[in-house]
Design a protein around this ligand. Structure first.
Ligand code: AMP
Ligand code: GLY
Length: 426
């Protein structure tokens, strides 16, 4: 099978790596890719937001499967353009990608499907926002309706801060803002591989979202992740498939927008059971990285079966009896800004460790030097016999890498229990 991965980040590097290790995959192509992906795939230039260009590339390479990594091209309908040419694509249509593209749409689907989630109100005026804040009480949760690259959500006890963020959201984009009830409990990422009707869950993972140790500081795209979660209920994946994923797939089909791709269920494990914090329509980064490290089943066959609407024909994914931990290395200024062009040393040496992968997220080549080119720069992922072992290996490898202004957390996967990280309030 020939595959093409669309995107430039750590998620796409992890996907390309897993595909390159699948004996059923003969070629891995990536576009635009990054310097790390170049080691495991042939890179091509493409505008990932242009469906026509992505479809032309897929056609000229003669690939059997296109995997669209990030949300922006999915929301823009890039998967539709590829599918229209008769090429199998793992990733939802633009219509189905609204599950991530619009918080209000996603809430509406959850409500219609009876999915357990936070109570929420979509507001368009300050008066509506004030009424919603008072109805739910503190801590306040205020979400931009539109895609905001992880910066759209504010969780705060300060009413003034909540109001100010709501004002910012209503002044741009759709003019809508979602105010919702605070969900208290550890956060878990569950990825469901979907073919429109059937779904298989991958093993749950946890993402460390805040920039500083102990869950302090602003939200980021994710500073580290691990799996398995020994402290989570053993039937979590099947409970979420039954209560969340299957009803959502049924509702999306009923609306004429069947969901094919990865439904990323962001959950809070509350006292009253798992409740959905958000849906995304793609794999999470870095949360998917440790999950792919322990995935025993061939990734190419799984994604191709989902893309082809025949997921029930392949066995559910199997996982190794092992653990994996990913530690993200970010550049100076992240998450408010990022520093480009800082020379990175030690990445090759770190990647030579046994069962260690150095995954590129925001890197570039400057002459012979590998340099920073984004907020999250590299992710060091290690496999181990248990979480403590994987964690020790990941940090030992990460210690070999340096660049000016490097930021990383020291407590990824350190807590035996779920860190109530995401739910911590600034
Ligand atoms: P989202 O973009 O919806 O994933 O939100 C980003 C982060 O804000 C989540 O990962 C949570 O940490 C936090 N968050 C969002 N919604 C809620 C909620 N209803 N209750 C508590 N925390 C939330
Ligand atoms: N790590 C969170 C995300 O990918 O949205």
């Amino acid at each position: 099978m020939k595959t093409l991965v669309i995107g430039t980040g750590g998620r796409e590097h992890a996907l390309a790596l897993a595909l390159s290790r699948d004996p059923g995959v003969s070629e891995v192509h990536a576009a635009p890719g990054n310097p790390g992906i170049a080691a495991v795939a042939s890179l091509h230039e493409v505008d990932p937001m242009s469906g026509g260009s992505v479809a032309d590339l897929a056609e000229s390479l003669g690939v059997d499967l296109v995997v669209v990594g990030p949300e922006a091209p999915l929301v823009a309908g890039v998967a539709d353009a590829v599918r229209e040419r008769g090429i199998a694509v793992f990733g939802p249509s633009g219509a189905a990608a609204r599950l991530e593209g619009s918080k209000a749409f996603s809430k509406d689907v959850m409500e219609a499907a009876g999915v357990p989630t936070a109570r929420a109100r979509t507001c368009e005026s300050e008066a509506e926002v004030e009424a919603a804040l008072d109805a739910f009480g503190a801590p306040y949760v205020v979400k931009d309706d539109a895609l905001a690259a992880g910066k759209g959500v504010v969780v705060t006890r300060e009413r003034a801060e909540a109001l100010a963020h709501a004002g910012l959201c209503t002044s741009r984009g759709s003019g809508r803002v979602v105010v919702e009830e605070f969900l208290d409990g550890p956060e878990v990422s569950l990825f469901a591989i979907c073919d429109g009707a059937t779904a298989y869950a991958l093993q749950p993972a946890q993402d460390f979202k805040r920039i500083f140790d102990g869950g302090r500081g602003p939200n980021t795209g994710g500073m580290g992740s691990y799996t398995p979660l020994a402290w989570a209920q053993p039937d979590l994946a099947s409970v979420v498939l039954d209560r969340v994923v299957r009803p959502t797939l049924a509702e999306m089909s009923r609306r004429g927008a069947p969901f094919v791709g990865c439904l990323y269920v962001g959950l809070a494990l509350t006292e009253s059971g798992p409740r959905v914090i958000e849906f995304n329509v793609r794999f999470g980064d870095p949360d998917i990285q440790p999950v792919l490290a322990v995935l025993e089943s061939p990734l190419g066959a799984l994604l191709a079966a989902a893309a082809g609407g025949r997921l029930a024909d392949v066995p559910p994914p199997a996982f190794r009896d092992a653990a994996a931990v990913t530690v993200v290395l970010a550049s100076a200024g992240y998450p408010e800004s990022s520093s480009k062009g800082d020379v990175i040393t030690g990445a090759d040496a770190a990647g030579r460790g046994p069962d260690v992968d150095v995954i590129h997220a925001g890197t570039a080549l400057s002459g012979d030097d590998l340099v920073t080119a984004g907020g999250r720069v590299l992710a060091v992922r290690a496999l181990g016999r248990d979480v403590a072992d994987a964690r020790a290996r990941a940090y030992a490898a990460a210690d070999l890498i340096s660049f000016d202004g490097l930021q990383r957390r020291g407590d990824i996967a350190a807590e035996p229990l779920g860190v109530v990280e995401g739910a911590s309030v600034r």
